[in-house]
Design a protein around this ligand. Structure first.
Ligand code: HEM
Length: 421
């Protein structure tokens, strides 16, 4: 399973850089508006202002980085070039403008009429992405578990964003649909069907690659693949026919899938050759722990029907698991791409740097601890409804994002001056 990020079929570095840089900027913007949401921590998970923040973060940061990474990884996984690079650029500009218009419309009540336009741009950009992926699959030769995950997750993404687009139109034009039911299906298909399934799939490439693991069994992730699909289908059907038993069975299967995937990650980590706990390994461990915590919160929410647990579930999953997993990988993928583009032609001619030299380790380390401390304070604040503590936690996390931006800048400009001379 161990693969290399490099392939002749990969897209130009500048394309992936577009997505990573925009993702980092959206990450920073979200972190700086987060303290202003302190009063929402005792409110409801589903509201326009929270939806605005969620899309800024989930689409602007999480999906943006995932899209960029997928353009690099799909050729590595499928061993075929991506169908169209031009599609990827068009998608990028539609996506950025769509996110800005959509989130602004949700955030400022006097501009709600722009929501459908933002939604349309985002929807088109997502359709371009999935079309690009499906057209790439036409030429596929090798079917492994990662290829299956990527295909299934893109099918769920198509369903999820179609539902999202319908909700956006209904909010403004008042169609007679049950918005709450649609939002539940939208969250299930985009978060579980796309983001989590994609992470499970590409995790099977990235984790062995960066921890130098091999010789592990992969039965657990194969079972997780079927469990999450069954879980999502049960949840969707249960929501459509209004059957709670089906819905809970769906949540149950999805939870089983998550724990199977975690067990798989444990198997990979336990066979790793690279034992040192560098900033990547720390981020991975924090991501898995926060994933477990978030699911415990979800189960507590289902059992007690207490809204706070649902807020804690979403907050810990989005700002804990997603953040640690993505930031940890930015620190690995970006230096590799810059190195490959800038230094690989010079191997044997000059002394080339190591990948870890291209990240300021001390800064990455401080950022990790700040993000963790800020997150824990904010989680505690949500649990006990302490507004000031939430603001403090969010500001600490915000400073952490500046350190991520600094490190991205450091990597992007690494060696430019030196190589000019
Ligand atoms: C074309 C793309 C999308 C459109 C048009 C869209 C639209 C919407 C709309 C209109 C809502 C309801 C807002 C409200 O309650 O006032 C919503 C909720 C939500 N969406 Fe999306 N969405 C899209 C993509 C996504 C994606 C890709 C994700 C996750 C990665 C996502 C995650 C969420 C979440 C978590 C909520 C619940 C937010 C809350 O109210 O707390 N959406 N979406």
């Amino acid at each position: 399973m161990a693969k290399n990020l490099a392939t002749d079929m990969a897209p130009p570095f500048i394309l992936v850089a577009h997505y990573f840089i925009a993702g980092a900027i959206f990450y920073m913007i979200t972190a700086f508006v987060l303290p202003f949401y302190a009063n929402d921590i005792s409110g409801y998970f589903l509201s326009s202002s929270i939806a605005s923040l969620m899309h800024l973060y989930l689409l602007g940061f999480v999906m943006m980085v995932i899209f960029g990474a997928m353009y690099q990884l799909i050729p590595v996984v499928l061993e075929i070039p991506i169908f169209s690079k031009d599609f990827a650029y068009v998608q990028f500009y539609l996506f950025v403008s769509g996110i800005l218009i959509f989130t602004f419309g949700l955030w400022d009540e006097t501009y709600t009429q722009i929501i459908p336009y933002g939604a349309l741009l985002m929807y088109l950009s997502m359709l371009i992405f999935v079309a690009n992926v499906f057209l790439t699959y036409k030429n596929i030769i090798r079917w492994d578990i990662v290829a299956k995950f990527i295909l299934a997750s893109n099918l769920f993404l198509t369903i999820g964003v179609t539902i999202g687009f319908i909700i956006a139109l209904s909010l403004i034009y008042g169609y007679s649909v049950d918005i709450l039911e649609l939002v539940q299906m939208h969250i299930a298909t985009t978060i579980f069907g796309y983001v989590i399934m994609t992470i499970m799939g590409v995790g099977m490439i990235l984790l062995p690659m960066f921890s130098l693991s091999h010789g592990f069994k992969q039965k657990a992730i194969e079972m997780a693949f079927y469990a999450i699909i069954i879980g999502l289908l049960l949840f969707l059907i249960g929501t459509i026919v209004g059957n709670d038993i089906l819905k809970f069975s769906g949540v149950f299967f999805c939870t089983i899938a998550i724990f199977l995937a975690l067990y798989q990650m444990y198997l990979i980590f336990s066979t790793r050759i690279r034992k040192q706990n560098d900033f990547w390994a720390k981020n991975m461990m924090a991501s898995f722990v926060t994933l477990i915590i978030s699911f415990l919160m979800l189960l507590a929410g289902i059992v007690t029907q207490n809204e706070t647990f649902y807020i804690l579930f979403g907050f810990t999953l989005f700002f804990g698991f997603f953040t640690f997993f993505i930031v940890g990988h930015i620190y690995k993928i970006l230096p590799f791409l810059v190195w490959y583009q800038r230094y690989s032609p010079l191997v044997g001619k000059i002394k080339v740097p190591m990948l870890n030299d291209m990240v300021k380790e001390k800064v990455a380390d401080i950022q990790f601890w700040m993000t963790l401390i800020g997150l824990l304070l904010a989680i505690f604040a949500i649990g006990f409804k302490i507004t000031l503590l939430f603001e403090i936690g969010a500001v600490i996390m915000g400073v952490g994002t500046l350190l991520v931006i600094y490190n991205i800048y450091f990597t992007l400009v690494y060696g430019i001056e030196e190589l000019k001379n």
